[in-house]
Design a protein around this ligand. Structure first.
Ligand code: PBG
Length: 332
């Protein structure tokens, strides 16, 4: 940045803010629908679209309705869709076998979307929590969330998603060594072009509360996730995690949650220059919706301002439940 600047009144920084045309000329960042990844919730059944009580305006959809949503996203120019399964308690087991079932909700949805909307980029979630009886992202043995056997299961889960046609694998579990193991598995099975977007710097956050309702995990979760997700007090550790995941073969990295962690986004982008994403999580979404519902804030303007903040912080793109609403606004 050039520090040379004439003193007032030769420099009046307001000159370039005087009207919309000039403001557009000097604008430093742009947001487009292509920057957005839309997280969607897929459940069993047929013809079902049900609203999630903790996330106003966000739906759980059966596979047939997910295909319609993917078509809608494509029509709006949205960059990608990210699938999360909703599982009832009867679909959860201690051995988490549903996670690598070729016919689980996610894998059926991948095949259906790829058949109907082939150009839609499909991202997945890799973690055991939605199939685990206790809601944890890894196997629990004698009260411990065990790392290495979990990683082996995550590889199976990721490989089934790749077989179903996923474009981007999204490991959200925070186990050590899973990026390298998944990458090796993908290469060994010939999935050379399947990308990994690692949830590299994922914090143990209370902002995930509404999501755990959305996937059916809030009543299931025993204890907390602090032995694998990050301490919100830490920042240097995020850089070590990102460095590690890039070295193991991640193509892209993510910081999560989003808005409260923009400092991490900026540090990651400046340090590594890799494609960096942020996840504007369920709690961030629901806070904006709740405040707007009372009339305290303008929903559309706060939504767009929050999304632009991610671009300003150096993010390539954003996972956000606002994706269709924002894309519609960007269309004008
Ligand atoms: C779990 C997972 C979570 C989210 C995405 N994947 C919740 C958690 O870690 O408990 C949160 C997303 C959100 O809050 O919007 N693998």
């Amino acid at each position: 940045m050039n520090p040379i600047q004439a003193p007032f009144p030769a420099t009046r920084l307001r000159r370039v803010r005087q009207n919309a045309g000039v403001r557009a000329l000097v604008r430093e960042n742009e947001l487009s629908a292509g920057d957005l990844i839309w997280p969607v919730f897929v459940r069993g059944g047929d013809g079902i679209v049900e609203e999630i009580p903790s996330m106003p305006g966000v739906m759980r959809r059966s596979v047939d309705r997910i295909v319609e949503a993917a078509q809608e996203a494509a029509d709006l120019g949205i960059g990608a869709i990210c699938l999360f399964p909703y599982t009832g308690i009867e679909e959860r087991t201690e051995d988490c076998a549903g996670a690598w079932d070729p016919d689980n909700h996610t894998n059926r949805a991948i095949r259906a979307i790829k058949a109907a909307v082939p150009d839609m980029v499909v991202m997945t979630d890799v973690a055991l929590d939605t199939y685990n009886i206790n809601g944890h992202d890894g196997f629990v043995v004698d009260g411990e969330i065990v790392n290495d056997t979990t990683v082996a299961a995550l590889v199976q889960m990721a490989l089934e998603q790749a077989r179903a046609g996923a474009d981007i694998i999204g490991p959200s579990d925070m186990m050590d060594g899973r990026i390298g193991a998944i990458r090796a598995g993908l290469e060994a099975q010939g999935h050379r072009n399947v990308m990994i977007l690692s949830y590299a710097a994922k914090y143990a956050s209370a902002f995930y509360g509404p999501f755990r309702d959305a996937v059916g995990a809030s009543s299931a979760l025993t204890g907390d996730k602090k032995t694998y997700q990050m301490d919100p007090a830490n920042s240097d550790e995020a850089l070590r995690l990102v460095a590690r995941d890039l070295a193991e073969g991640a193509d892209m990295v993510m910081v999560k949650p989003g808005l409260p962690y923009l400092d991490i986004c900026r540090r990651v982008k400046d340090t590594f220059g890799a494609p960096t994403f942020a996840y504007q999580v369920s709690g961030e979404y629901s806070m904006i919706k709740a405040a707007a519902a009372t009339g305290m804030i303008d929903e559309q303007r706060v939504m767009m301002e929050s999304l632009m903040a991610f671009k300003r912080a150096g993010c390539s793109g954003i996972l956000t439940y606002f994706a269709p609403a924002a894309a519609r606004l960007l269309r004008g």
